[in-house]
Design a protein around this ligand. Structure first.
Ligand code: SF4
Ligand code: SF4
Length: 382
């Protein structure tokens, strides 16, 4: 049962623009949200501040736009902090920085250094104690060592987790892709695959659609023109091949519930490296595509743009964001419409046939925040 011991404030700026005045733009409303969170209460002069976002992928363009990152960077600088915009290696580091640049995220556009939190090779991390599912997990060193963090998340679906917002941004995204020892069980792959099991591949079921080959970020799936093969040494156990395989020829060990709870555990491990009150959250419920920003495509949004949420409570902001999406009107031409969903259905949960509430409840049970929230609307810049 999730904790409901207190109600947390979640500030909300609608994506609607109702007047011809900059103050009513979503960018100006973000400036107001930054003011409401009062960065000076959370960031000290000269604090290095990780602005944690997701850089996207070669074919996925619906990320948090650089203009919004720039405003948050300005907010950090205004109170004397030293921000850096960061993500962990999702594909090989050099290529991922190139993706960030092509998505428009670079030092000129965001006004701060843009770095990989676990280094160009994805090996820079620090082992941190996690819960019973993960045991220990390697937190990206630039996040581990930063005294403060602003978590900037694009809220959307996720083929396995059902929903990806702030919890997923700092769990999957705050944990390193690789461990220097070569042990994937201490890195991000451990979230997908339990230590006692490896990826299970039944290639007699394979129809050679090659989707696994196209989504693999490390070149671990090989194709010789007749068959596919796997290079185990290159495999990070990211699970993308299993997620896209239409024949279930590839499976990975973790049950859905365990995976969702593992995400909460990893988020807790990452947050344990910060003093209380040093992490702030902005959720962008815009362009809510059905799939994660790391996939090689971005489908049309399931619902209309909702807006931006801001809070100091990761559980409350996640609950509010998930509720907003689930309660919205499904858009024509989307996966939700394909499935015949209507307002009143749980749009994201029903479109993906995965209920992500478990992920949010698990975070609440770990004491990361409260599922009870009060939405306070910010209508314009003051
Ligand atoms: S789990 Fe699959 S997609 Fe991920 S690195 Fe290994 S082979 Fe590639
Ligand atoms: S995604 Fe599945 S069916 Fe398609 S090539 Fe890979 S293993 Fe075969």
């Amino acid at each position: 049962m999730a904790k409901r011991s207190r109600t947390s404030i979640v500030y909300y700026a609608s994506a609607r623009a109702t007047r011809w005045d900059y103050k009513y733009s979503l960018i100006a409303k973000l400036e107001e949200l930054i003011k409401r969170l009062d960065f000076s209460q959370h960031i000290e002069h000269d604090d290095y501040v990780a602005v944690k976002t997701h850089f996207g992928s070669e074919g996925a363009h619906r990320i948090v736009r650089p203009i919004f990152l720039c405003k948050i960077v300005e907010g950090v600088k205004a109170v004397g902090g030293k921000p850096f915009v960061t993500d962990s290696t999702r594909i090989l580091g050099w290529d991922y920085l190139e993706v960030a640049n092509q998505e428009g995220i670079n030092p000129l556009s965001v006004g701060a250094p843009v770095i990989l939190a676990d280094g160009i090779f994805g090996y820079d991390n620090v082992p941190v104690k996690a819960g019973p599912i993960l045991g220990e997990i390697s937190v990206c060193s630039a996040i581990h060592d930063a005294p403060a963090m602003v978590v900037v998340s694009h809220c959307k679906g996720h083929i396995q987790a059902g929903y990806g917002g702030a919890i997923k941004n700092i769990s999957m995204g705050g944990v390193s892709g690789r461990h220097r020892s070569g042990d994937w069980k201490r890195a991000r792959g451990h979230l997908h695959v339990p230590s006692e099991m490896d990826m299970v591949r039944n290639l007699e079921m394979c129809n050679l659609c090659l989707q696994c080959y196209h989504v693999c970020p490390t070149g671990a799936v090989l194709f010789d023109g007749a068959d596919i093969f796997f290079d185990e040494d290159k495999c990070w156990r990211c699970g993308r091949c299993a997620r896209v395989c239409p024949e279930e020829a590839i499976t990975k060990g973790r049950e859905l519930t365990e995976f969702q709870r593992g995400l909460a555990e990893a988020a807790q491990a990452v947050l344990s490296t910060f003093a209380p009150g040093k992490v702030l959250y902005f959720n962008f419920v815009l362009e809510v595509q059905p799939e994660c920003d790391c996939m090689p495509v971005a489908d049309t949004p399931l619902v209309q743009d909702q807006g931006i949420l801001a809070s100091t409570d990761i559980v409350a902001i996640e609950q509010a964001s998930y509720d907003l999406i689930n309660q919205a009107v499904p858009l024509p031409g989307s996966l939700a419409a394909d499935k015949g969903l209507r307002q009143g259905d749980r749009i994201l949960a029903d479109a993906l046939d995965v209920d992500a509430q478990e992920q949010i409840n698990a975070a609440a049970e770990l004491g990361l925040g409260s599922t009870a929230y009060e939405l306070v609307e910010v209508e314009s810049k003051d």
